[in-house]
Every structure is written in structure tokens, then in C-alpha cells.
Design a protein around this ligand. Structure first.
Ligand code: NAD
Ligand code: IPM
Ligand code: MN
Length: 353
């Protein structure tokens, strides 16, 4: 029987509430499936850890994580304690880059039992493949002068390898879906990176004659996400465009608290990291009302990645049953707690087997 070694990093804020909730669901999934088990090891790396130790993770943190198959992470960041660029680059972004988690897979789908803020939406089911290791996120830049003469420069980095890897991943994914890929571009306003992005997209697409493609400027794409999300299947995007689009993807489902994500090491050389789209939500942390569905659905993505799609699908069905029964946290206009939603999902999984 397979035993999966998973590193747990709950992180900050509601990460500490939704990770234990999702672990309960993953344990229930293993029990129902009967063909595998989990071994979870928890690490306290977070902003509180930083206040005690002056670092977000120990010096050998990455070496430690390498021994695990995958990482299940909540959220990082508590700007009242540690500046965001310090906490995020010291943990989340460090892991993504060191373990070459080059693509971030972020689905958005109209779920049964959910009220989307869109008026009368047609059913939509899309996946954003976000380039996850370069692009607009870089530490290259600087500033000169002070006062009114101050000038700040932030460089973007687009490599052939990183760009092609993300775009190709999107095309491969589209083969098993509705065979359509949309490229998020902005080559009308950005003169180096985006024309390069378009060129790589156009080259890669010649390898996939059966896949239909569209190139859409990111500003129009954001509007289409609200007006016509059913038009999309797979969307490939740069790091920042994908970041913004996927909070929007969460919002059109009903809440960013339900949006799942997976940071994938495509070559399988390092652990991948499963971590929802949302952040640590300091405004609701500690109240027991965080929506656990984003983290739980992220757990389903971990199961899918490990080849356990059947029990993974059971989790999503049970999430929909729970929403349909009106058991929802306040972000979805309900009055249930994190704990109540989690218990209902587990009960609904058991009811279906
Ligand atoms: P956020 O996603 O934490 O919160 C935005 C809004 O959505 C808040 O009103 C919050 O209450 C709500 N929300 C988010 N998740 C929810 C959930 N599961 N249930 C109910 N409501 C939920 O974004 P932010 O406020 O920009 O960031 C807060 C902190 O989290 C910052 O430090 C930021 O850098 C960090 N962050 C971390 C990650 C990550 O680790 N993956 C992702 C995004 C933001
Ligand atoms: C996300 C987050 C991170 C990102 C932040 C916290 C650095 O917003 O995972 O979507 O922009 O990648
Ligand atoms: Mn984000």
C-alpha cells in the first residue's frame, strides 16, 4: 500500500485553520479509498517563526522539504508582523523557485449549490495555467535619487525555457479537455516581454494542430471573465496576469475562499506544492469562519496528481452536496463555521460510498 509523505506548512492567519480542516478530509479520503495512507509532518514556518528566529524557514529548510513527496501549504503573510516581500520571498516564492514549480494550475468552475455574483451565468469550467517562476516577479531593479527626482526600476524576466514550458503545459492539458487555449497577452502596450510571449505561443501552437487558439489582451480578458466565462477552456498566462485572473476566477465562482491551486514541478524532480489561491485573510483569522473549500479542493488536486482521481472526484461531489444543502461560511452568505462545513463534507463523502 502506498504511503505518501507530505510536508504540511499551515503558515499564517487562516492557513492555520483551513489546513487542519483539509487534512481531516484527506484522511477520510484515504479511509474510503483503502488503497493508500498519508504520513503528514508539520512545519511551523510562518511570520511568527520569523519573529522568533529572524528567518521564515531554517537554513536547511529546503533540504528538509526535498525528502517529502509533496507539500501542502495554507497561506503565508501577516503584514502587521513582517513586511510581505520579506515573508513571501523567504518562504512561498523561495519554495516555488527552488523546486522549479514552473506552472501554477488554477481551475475555476461553476459549482452546484453556489450562487455566483454573476447574473445568470452559463456553466463555466476553465483552468488558468500560470507561469510560476519568473515574469513580472523579479528581484532585479533598483532606485536612484530621492524626493521628486526618485526613479524606481523593476525588471521583468521572461526566459525561453520558462515561457515555453508554461505554454506547452497549457496545450497538453487542453488535449484532454475541450481543446481550446487562450493566451493572455498585452503586446499592444508592453514592447519586449509580451511580443516575445506571443512569438513563443505562436510557435508552440504549430505542434498542436487540433487545438483551437485565441490571443486576448489581459484587460479584455478580465472583462470577458465577468461577462462570458463559459467561453474559456485553458488560459495560459504570465505570472502576474495569472495571479490577478485567478482571484477573479475565484470571485466569479462565488468567493476566493473556494479557489484551489497546484504549483507543479513538471519534471517530477522536486516536490510539487498544493496551496489554494487565497491568502492568510488577516481580517477574519482566528474567528473559525474561514471557508475551508479552497484548501479542501486543493487537497483533491493533490489526490488527482497522485493518481487517485476517483476519491478526488468524490471530494468535489461532497463539496457540491454541502453547498447545495446551504452549509456555507459567511463569505458565501451562510452562517456555518469552518468546522461545520468540513464535517458536512466528510459526512457527504461517506454518504456517497
Ligand atoms: P486574502 O486572499 O488573504 O484576502 C482577501 C479577502 O478575501 C479578505 O477579505 C479575506 O477575508 C477573504 N478571504 C480569503 N480567503 C478566504 C477564505 N478561505 N474564506 C473566507 N474569506 C476569505 O488576500 P490579501 O488580503 O491581499 O492578503 C493577506 C495576506 O496573505 C498578505 O500577507 C498576502 O501577501 C498574503 N497572501 C498569501 C498567499 C499565499 O500564501 N498563497 C496568497 C495571497 C495573499
Ligand atoms: C498567490 C499570491 C502570491 C503570488 C503572493 C502572496 C506573492 O498572491 O499565490 O496568488 O502573487 O504569487
Ligand atoms: Mn494571488
Amino acid at each position: 500500500m502506498n504511503k505518501y509523505e507530505i510536508a504540511l506548512i499551515p503558515g499564517d492567519g487562516i492557513g492555520k485553520e483551513v489546513v487542519p480542516a483539509a487534512v481531516k478530509v484527506l484522511e477520510a479520503a484515504a479511509e474510503i479509498d483503502g488503497g493508500f495512507s498519508w504520513s503528514f509532518t508539520e512545519f511551523p514556518w510562518s511570520c511568527e517563526y520569523y519573529l522568533k528566529h529572524g528567518v521564515m524557514m531554517p537554513e536547511d529548510g529546503l533540504e528538509t522539504l526535498k525528502n517529502f513527496q509533496h507539500i501542502f501549504l495554507g497561506a503565508v503573510g501577516m503584514p502587521s508582523l513582517v513586511p510581505d516581500h520579506v515573508s513571501l520571498w523567504g518562504l512561498l516564492i523561495k519554495i516555488r523557485r527552488s523546486f522549479e514549480q514552473a506552472v501554477n494550475i488554477r481551475p475555476a468552475k461553476l459549482l452546484r449549490g453556489l450562487e455566483s455574483p454573476l447574473r445568470d451565468p452559463k456553466p463555466f469550467d476553465l483552468i488558468v495555467v500560470r507561469e510560476n517562476s519568473e515574469g513580472e516577479y523579479s528581484e532585479i531593479g533598483g532606485s536612484i535619487h530621492k524626493g521628486m527626482d526618485e526613479v524606481v526600476i523593476q525588471n521583468n524576466v521572461f526566459t525561453r525555457k520558462g515561457t515555453e514550458r508554461a505554454i506547452r503545459y497549457g496545450f497538453e492539458l487542453a488535449k484532454s479537455r475541450r481543446k481550446h487555449v487562450t493566451s493572455a497577452t498585452k503586446s499592444n502596450g508592453i514592447v519586449y516581454s509580451m511580443p516575445f510571449w506571443d512569438r513563443v505561443f505562436n510557435e508552440v501552437k504549430t505542434d498542436y494542430p487540433d487545438i483551437e487558439t485565441t490571443s486576448t489582451h489581459i484587460d479584455a480578458l478580465a472583462a470577458y471573465f465577468v461577462m462570458k466565462p463559459h467561453l474559456f477552456d485553458v488560459i495560459v498566462s504570465s505570472n502576474l496576469f495569472g495571479d490577478i485572473l485567478t482571484d477573479l476566477g475565484g470571485a466569479i465562482m462565488g468567493s476566493i475562499g473556494i479557489a484551489p491551486a497546484a504549483n507543479i514541478n513538471v519534471e517530477g524532480k522536486y516536490p510539487s506544492m498544493f496551496e489554494p489561491v487565497h491568502g492568510s485573510a488577516p481580517d477574519i483569522a482566528g474567528k473559525g469562519i474561514a471557508n475551508p473549500i479552497g484548501q479542501i479542493w486543493t487537497g483533491k488536486m493533490l489526490l488527482d496528481h497522485l493518481g487517485h482521481q476517483e476519491v478526488g472526484n468524490l471530494i468535489l461531489e461532497a463539496i457540491e452536496d454541502t453547498l447545495e444543502a446551504g452549509i456555507k461560511t459567511p463569505d458565501l452568505k451562510g452562517n456555518a463555521t469552518t468546522e461545520e462545513v468540513t464535517s458536512a463534507i466528510i459526512a457527504n463523502m461517506k454518504k456517497r460510498v
